[in-house]
Design a protein around this ligand. Structure first.
Ligand code: PLP
Length: 398
């Protein structure tokens, strides 16, 4: 056994944001400016983000969850509606449907990826006449957007992309998040770029953008920035046109976002290099199924799948042993039909979505982030192979 598996050394965390001098000085500048809440930094973050992905509008928000909520609200989801989505995701994707009194209509994932199965989605659309479809680009791997946009167009159902994992992800149809009617990004601490907490909705639709902008800040028809810093007559005046929400992104956070946006392409290159190294190292082990490397993959997560019939230990024990060797891993996802709220409300069992259940039971997510150095990547590889090789019980060749 190699030295590094005997002596774990420093613990390699599962995730870690990359924060440097650009972010630090951007925040200090805002702190000294006299304007802390939503203002010029937030407006610039929106303009630069829209330009980056090639969308007509980008609206900065306090979280990705807020973005999903407002995008669903803007497409008209309301009490009693149904919205087709995947159980293989974080609860925010489905809970925001519930915020509006509507119900998620879950369909299973694909055989060959962790994304929603388009033919199951089409079947659900035909059978249940839903208000919308929310797809999630899991790990940053693009969903089958050709088929999904066809379904959306043919049945007149709005399509929302939960692109929380998918930045930046350039496909033949443009950046993920800009292909459906609206796309939602998250800037939570462990996401591809971060503002600590934050989110962004992008859209090309004037009416959706206007609705989201108004609902983001109390249903007020003008921004605070606009009211306080323009010398118009009656600049203090405003109207409330809806019972809106408090979902704006403060300038302190937006300043971090601007710095991170400038580094997003280099972050992607670094994550892609880690994924490549992992996949090369795991390719010759028939007890491991590395993730597909689809064009445009953003590599937010590296989801490694085990073949349980070829190993004497299960996924949970594999993860425990990795922790003993100083490697932090996680699981994406424990699907929503395994969570008591959704299970009880919709009468779901593990067998309701067999692919999602099977993947959940056999996957683990390895560390993948810009500041993961080459030595740490090597240590992760060695630990994964040392544990797997020692527990192997399958054929040596496939
Ligand atoms: C992180 C995440 C969200 C929510 O984003 P927040 O910014 O934390 O609110 C939504 N969907 C998915 C798939 C996520 O991973």
């Amino acid at each position: 056994m190699s030295r590094s598996t005997e002596l774990p050394g420093r613990f390699i965390p599962f995730a870690r944001p990359s924060i440097g001098p650009e972010e630090e000085s951007a925040v200090v500048e805002v702190l000294r400016s006299g304007w802390l809440t939503t203002g010029s930094r937030s407006a610039e973050f929106e303009a630069r983000f829209a330009e980056f992905v090639g969308a007509s509008y980008a609206i900065a928000l306090s979280s990705g969850t807020a973005g999903l909520h407002l995008a669903l609200e803007a497409i008209g989801v309301s009490e009693g509606d149904r919205v087709v989505t995947t159980p293989y995701t974080f609860t925010a994707t489905a809970e925001t449907i519930r915020y509006l009194g509507a119900d998620p209509l879950f369909v299973d994932i694909c055989e060959e990826s962790y994304n929603i199965d388009p033919s199951s989605a089409a079947e659900a659309v035909r059978a249940h006449n839903p208000r919308g479809i929310v797809v999630v680009h899991i790990a940053g791997e693009p969903c089958d957007m050709d088929t999904l946009t066809d379904i959306s167009r043919n049945y007149g159902v709005a399509l929302i992309e939960d692109a929380a994992h998918a930045f930046p992800s350039l496909t033949s149809r443009g950046y993920l998040g800009t292909i459906g009617d609206a796309g939602v990004f998250s800037f939570y601490a462990n996401k591809p770029i971060t503002t600590g907490e934050g989110g962004m909705v992008v859209t090309d639709d004037d009416q959706l953008a206007e609705r989201i902008r108004i609902m983001r800040l109390h249903g007020i028809d003008r921004s605070v920035w606009d009211r306080y810093l323009t010398a118009r007559p009656k600049s203090w005046d405003y109207d409330v046109v809806e019972a809106g929400y408090k979902y704006n992104l403060p300038d302190v956070a937006a300043a971090i976002g601007l710095a991170q946006l400038g580094r997003a392409r280099s972050f992607l290159e670094l994550r892609t290099a880690v994924a490549k190294r992992y996949t090369e190292a795991f390719a010759e082990r028939d007890y491991l199924i590395p993730p597909r490397s689809t064009p445009g993959h953003a590599w937010h997560l590296y989801i490694l799948r085990l073949r349980p019939e070829r190993l004497r230990i299960g996924r949970d024990e594999y993860i425990e042993r990795l922790a003993e060797l100083g490697v932090g891993v996680s699981v994406h996802y424990k699907p929503l039909h395994h969570m008591s709220y959704y299970r009880k409300r919709y009468g779901l069992t593990p067998g309701s979505f067999p692919r999602a259940t099977d993947r959940f039971e056999n996957v683990m997510s390895l560390p993948i982030y810009p500041d993961l150095d080459a030595e740490s990547v090597d240590r992760v590889v060695e630990a994964v192979l040392a544990i797997g090789d020692a527990s192997y019980c399958g054929r040596r060749t496939t």
